[in-house]
Design a protein around this ligand. Structure first.
Ligand code: AMP
Length: 417
């Protein structure tokens, strides 16, 4: 039997209802805050991701699904959504429609990472991106949105970690100071960090290898190098979060793995998923739109790991499966013919109805209705057909009512609503 690809997964009925519930909660929230959905393709030219995410990142270096298509164009399955949203924003000149625009994306992403709990090769993200505002209020708004979503989903075991990466005016001086600090501790660094040290020293700060953690414990702090604008920006973000009762921790070692961030970055972390602590992450990327050929446009955004969020919500809550409100047990062809139209009419009226079209016995139909958790069963056998009266059994109370065929659909609509 052919199995699914390692690191990929099926989301089966039973679990899918939970995903729908999460997606709906997120979409309702996005709608209230003026985010518009944008649907972008699952594949782009490799160059788009290489340039935006950064050549020295784990994603571009070792995780992308890249292949030449039949004409030799180098294509990549999207490892994240931001680059494509920026591409679409520039390509369709969306900036000419309104100075500030908010988009959301829900869909699968692909990274060839080592699969483990909370880490897959096809995973899903819920993304939000805001273009055209450099205001710290927008950064705070995004963290507040994530906080609200978690609360609405009943997720409590999470903390917002925030940091600022400075801007092109103040980061170079910090990079240099950090570079000098790290060059004095070269022997302690892992092989990856030894490579990062020169090309992207900030990434050494969030390496998970214990020796590297120890090596950077006393590293200079970026906040000591902030320019005046970066300092007030970060301060305003914190004030907004405090005012809105969003709990947060300032995490000076948070850098996130992508190259395009400037100023505020954040992550929603949990201890519920073992090694995979990040449920969502994002930040400001003021330089990216211009870097990809668009007008100079500040931007900020986040991505929620849908799979991880679903795992946490599932652990907190029970079953989201919607059971049938009515199960029609018709015994024999004549009864089936008489009741079939009712099942269609009730379904069209929005009642969750299930009908058994087989020749199973009443006993086995009742068993099936029970397994499906049906609230009521409508029993129509030869005797009911003779009397022109069906039996409606409440599966919880076991009380049985007689319902005349005449006007049956209307009286069921009333009873089951
Ligand atoms: P990133 O785009 O790397 O900032 O990721 C944003 C969020 O997506 C993370 O916080 C995770 O929750 C989720 N995520 C990233 N990579 C994976 C993966 N391989 N499997 C499952 N979730 C992931």
């Amino acid at each position: 039997m052919i199995q699914l690809i390692r690191g990929f997964k099926d989301i089966l009925p039973g679990e899918v209802e939970l995903w729908q519930h999460i997606e709906k909660t997120a979409r309702d929230l996005f709608e209230a805050f003026g985010f518009k959905e944008i649907r972008i393709p699952i594949m782009e030219r490799t160059e788009l991701f290489a340039r935006s995410i950064g050549e020295d990142t784990d994603i571009v270096e070792k995780e992308m699904y890249t292949f030449p298509d039949r004409k030799g164009d180098l294509l990549t399955l999207r490892p994240e959504a931001t680059a494509s949203v920026v591409r679409a924003y520039i390509q369709h000149k969306l900036y000419s429609q309104d100075p500030v625009q908010k988009f959301c994306v829900v869909g699968p992403m692909f990274r060839r990472e080592r699969p483990q709990k909370g880490r897959y090769r096809q995973f899903y993200q819920i993304d939000a991106e805001v273009f055209g505002s450099a205001s710290p209020y927008v950064d705070a708004l995004l963290v507040q949105l994530l906080d609200t979503l978690m609360k609405r989903l009943g997720v409590t075991d999470v903390t917002a970690h925030i940091n600022s990466l400075g801007c092109p005016a103040c980061r170079p001086a910090y990079r240099e100071a950090l570079g000098t600090y790290l060059s004095e501790r070269r022997e302690a660094l892992c092989a990856d960090c030894e490579r990062r040290r020169e090309r992207n020293p900030l990434r050494v700060l969030d390496c998970k290898v214990p020796a590297c953690r120890e090596a950077v414990a006393e590293a200079p702090a970026l906040s000591d190098y902030f320019c005046e604008d970066c300092r007030t920006h970060f301060q305003t973000v914190q004030t907004c979060l405090t005012d809105q009762n969003v709990a947060f921790t300032i995490d000076p070692k948070l850098v996130r793995g992508l190259d395009y961030y400037t100023r505020t970055i954040f992550e929603i972390q949990t201890s519920a998923l073992g090694a995979q602590s990040a449920v969502a992450g994002g930040g400001r990327y003021d330089g990216l739109v211009k870097m990809l050929g668009g007008p100079d446009t500040p931007a900020t955004g986040f991505a929620i790991g849908f799979d991880r969020l679903a795992e946490i919500v599932a652990a907190n809550r029970g079953d989201y499966t919607l059971a049938p409100q009515l199960f029609i047990a018709a015994l024999g062809q004549a009864c089936r013919a008489r009741t079939y139209g009712w099942s269609c009419e009730l379904g069209r009226a929005g009642i969750r109805v299930e009908m058994d079209f087989s020749d199973r016995s009443l006993k086995s139909m009742m068993k099936r209705a029970n397994r499906m958790n049906a609230a009521h069963v409508l029993i129509v056998g030869p005797q009911e057909l003779d009397n022109q009266t069906a039996v409606l059994r409440n599966m919880q109370t076991k009380v049985q009512d007689e319902i005349p065929f005449d006007g049956l659909v209307d009286s069921l609509k009333d009873k089951l609503r």
